[in-house]
Design a binder for this molecule. Sequence first.
Ligand code: NI
Ligand code: MN
Length: 240
Amino acid sequence: MNLNRDVSITWLGHAAFRLRTPGGKELLIDPFLSDNPSCPGEHKQVDKADLILVTHGHGDHLGGTVPIAQRTGATVVGMPELCYWLGGKGIQKAAPMNKGGSQLVEGIRVTMVHADHSCGIMEDGHVIYAGEPVGFIIQLENGFRIYHAGDTNVFGDMAIIRELHRPNLAFLPIGGHYTMGPREAALAVELLGVSDVAPIHWGTFPILAGTPAELREALDARGLGGVTVHAWSPGDTLRG
Ligand code: NI
Ligand code: MN
């Protein structure tokens, strides 16, 4: 994997990331920070963000999107229904889109792709429809392409993501129970054709029991011993 030296990708635990792009933009994905038990303390407060991508309305992904967007003035990218809900909370700077579409936001090319999951927002004891859950392909200014799968099961159309987008790095959930586990994620790696995978959505809570070691084993069992598993800890940064 060849990351430009001006890129840094920091895992904030669960499905949350902070990326600094080669163009100097600060990008957040699924900013579940203040209530995220695996987010390191120094990352819970965000003072600068240009762009926030939200995969779906579940609290462990939507997280602090509203206060962070208010504080930083970041543009939020998500499903139209999710953006309407955010609008009702006072977030006007949104760039809604839907599956299969791409748009250039803050100089970053974002494509919304399918995810196999659910999406309601829980508010005051009611479930609010928030569109569908999604994944993202994020193409940085230097052409580096990241696939953030969001919450999902493995699905055969990951082969289409491979064909159309050729991601260089995939963030895949492996915890099981609410998403795919290591065995399914190994098949996802095969369908996506990626050489680098960073496992997410594991270890945050005891029920998310899948581990990077199990993913490694499942990949080896599929003959994918050459795939790199970035078994990092929350707060760790991947650099070029
Ligand atoms: Ni979810
Ligand atoms: Mn989740």
